[in-house]
Design a protein around this ligand. Structure first.
Ligand code: HEC
Length: 238
């Protein structure tokens, strides 16, 4: 399952936990007539808060992994998203510590709680909204940098095949899907996502893999624009 999907599913549960937490406390503190049992509301609040903290920690760890793998090439949107997530965690921690150990701070706890709630909405809905507006496309569209040039150049599949044999075949099968040193690339362009990073299979994401590989694959230097076009022409046939 691609990392993106895993993060989205966890984020959905995070949102549900935040809503549950906020709703239980708002009912407890913000309503004059007390219909529900305060003890139950408190318990719901605490359980949802605990789940929230745990999920947030998982998301932050996954995010850190992603950032470490992407290096300095991440977009400003990702930087803002992650900075807000870290701030959210800090505020959540502050609230947790105030409730558990520093009871004299109790009067700032409702404010912290509301901040946690608002920040969660901003972070999760901000990201979800962005992807919704983009029609579900995760990475920059194929018009970015290299791809525009690639479509102008006609790739030669025969030359591409020879280039693949020389530069890629040591680590990749072109006629099988199993792993050599890197993943087997058979049927690459018919797949829904790239095998390791989970990025969509586009000319752009493959060029990106060759220039700044996802993890341990060495960067493919010394390939001309024509070489790349030839390689892509070949990759489309396997
Ligand atoms: C020294 C070994 C090695 C060579 C040579 C190599 N690769 Fe890779 N390749 C890898 C490894 C390992 C991965 C797994 C992802 C990573 O570590 O970046 C990979 C991943 C990939 C992926 C999938 C990336 C993803 O996002 O899932 C593609 C596509 C790819 N390589 C294409 C190529 C092409 C085309 C060439 C030749 C120009 C090539 N590789 C040369 C080792 C190699």
């Amino acid at each position: 399952m691609p990392l993106f999907l895993i993060k989205s599913i966890i984020a959905l549960f995070l949102l549900i936990a935040a809503l549950t937490s906020a709703f239980s406390m708002f009912t407890l503190l913000g309503k004059a007539e007390k219909k529900a049992d305060p003890a139950v509301l408190r318990k719901v609040h605490r359980t949802a808060g605990f789940v929230f903290g745990l999920l947030l920690l998982v998301l932050i760890t996954l995010g850190a992994d992603f950032l470490a793998a992407e290096g300095d090439s991440v977009s400003p949107r990702v930087v803002i998203h992650y900075t807000l997530a870290l701030s959210l965690f800090a505020i959540f921690l502050l609230k947790f510590l105030s409730v558990q150990f520093f009871k004299l701070f109790l009067r700032i706890v409702p404010t912290l709680g509301m901040t946690v709630f608002v920040l969660t909405l901003v972070i999760v809905l901000g990201s979800a909204g962005y992807y919704a507006l983009r029609g579900g496309k995760i990475y920059p569209p194929a018009t970015a940098s290299g791809a525009a040039k690639q479509t102008e150049l006609q790739g030669n599949m025969e030359t591409g095949s020879r280039l693949f044999a020389g530069r890629c075949a040591g680590c990749h099968f072109s006629d099988r899907e199993d792993q050599k040193i890197g993943p087997g690339l058979k049927g690459l362009f018919r797949r829904s996502s790239l095998p390791v990073s989970g990025r969509p299979v586009t000319v752009d994401s493959i060029l990106r893999q060759l220039k700044t590989p996802f993890k341990s694959m060495p960067a493919m230097t010394g390939l001309t624009e024509q070489d790349l076009a030839d390689l892509l022409a070949f990759l489309k046939t396997i």
